[in-house]
Design a protein around this ligand. Structure first.
Ligand SMILES: [Zn+2]
Length: 305
């Protein structure tokens, strides 16, 4: 029996006309002294949607996948809110890979790629995090960092990326609370030190965030809404919330897009897809939506090639 949580996630991802029982969002705030920028997000429904589609087999895999999705959303919202961002995490075993793909309208999807005989993905030995985001001029900014040794969570890799590739000192904590195998809550925050920063506030903030390095306990207690995370991380500092944006699980696939990628295949490959003389049934790897291409449609792709 699917649980209520999973059922509501399914409603969220397949029917956009229903009343959303749980809408995810990202809050962005600036401290009034100009020292810090903080982003905090609730990604519960987004993560549920992606997990429903990808079906990670173990709790550990679920957590890493959830944290990659949440991290990608935070990095996009901070570095490129108006452009697409993709985060690719490769595990210690280079055949294990996860992708998070998040867009400016908030739609976010993910992909887990594991060999059939492998059930877990560890990242603390040879893991690699790669982030690609589109710049204003249309070119691609890409950064690759090694997952810091011994990491069991994605947060240290996200911080290493921000430091090495974006040159900003950033503290990030992402997390996911699982209850009976279901995602009960997912979210995170990011604190960025702005260039105006003096030494004093940095030390105060570093000290304070030691209490919030692991946000899973807060998520488990239901005390990690974006508003609460802002209030906790910025306690005692006057700040202003400057934006509130929506995020949701959503896929960009369409019949047209699939046709385009089929059309880019070599002619012989398309012909081999037509060999059994039946309609081609293809599933989107990200959202598991099914698409059909008739023999006639496949033939027209060859003709257009
Ligand atoms: Zn799709």
């Amino acid at each position: 029996m699917p649980s209520e949580a999973a059922a509501s996630a399914r409603v969220l991802c397949h029917d956009h006309n229903v009343v959303h029982v749980h809408a995810d969002n990202v809050l962005r705030a600036l401290t009034d002294d100009g020292a810090f920028r903080v982003l905090a997000c609730d990604t519960t429904a987004t993560v549920r949607g992606a997990i429903e589609a990808q079906k990670p087999e173990t709790p550990e895999l679920t957590r890493i996948f959830a944290d990659l999705l949440t991290g990608a959303i935070l990095v996009r919202e901070s570095m490129s809110p108006d452009h697409r961002l993709q985060a690719i995490l490769q595990g210690d075993n280079p055949r294990t890979r996860m992708i998070a793909d998040t867009h400016p309208d908030g739609s976010t999807r993910g992909l887990i790629q594991m060999p059939p005989d492998v059930k877990e993905m560890t990242i603390g030995e040879k893991g690699i995090l790669q982030i690609a985001r589109t710049l204003h001029n249309g070119s691609l900014h890409q950064g690759v960092v090694a997952v810091p040794a011994g990491s069991t969570s994605v947060s240290p890799a996200l911080m290493a990326y921000m430091q090495d590739s974006e040159q900003t000192v950033t503290m990030i904590a992402v997390g996911c609370h699982l209850s009976n195998g279901e995602v009960a809550a997912a979210g995170g925050y990011m604190v960025q030190l702005l260039p105006e920063l003096a030494e004093g506030p940095l030390m105060v903030m570093t000290e304070r965030l030691k209490d919030f390095q692991d946000i899973v306990p807060l998520l488990a207690q239901g005390r990690a809404t974006p508003g609460e995370l802002l209030a906790e991380t910025l306690f005692g500092m006057p700040y202003t919330t400057v934006s509130d944006s929506e995020v949701h699980f959503g896929c960009r696939c369409s019949s047209e897009r699939l046709a385009q990628s089929l059309a880019s295949l070599p002619r012989a490959d398309i012909e081999s897809l037509m060999e059994d003389g039946k309609t081609l049934d293809i599933e989107c790897d990200y959202c598991r939506k099914r698409y059909e291409f008739s023999l006639q449609e496949l033939r027209s792709l060859i003709d257009a090639n």
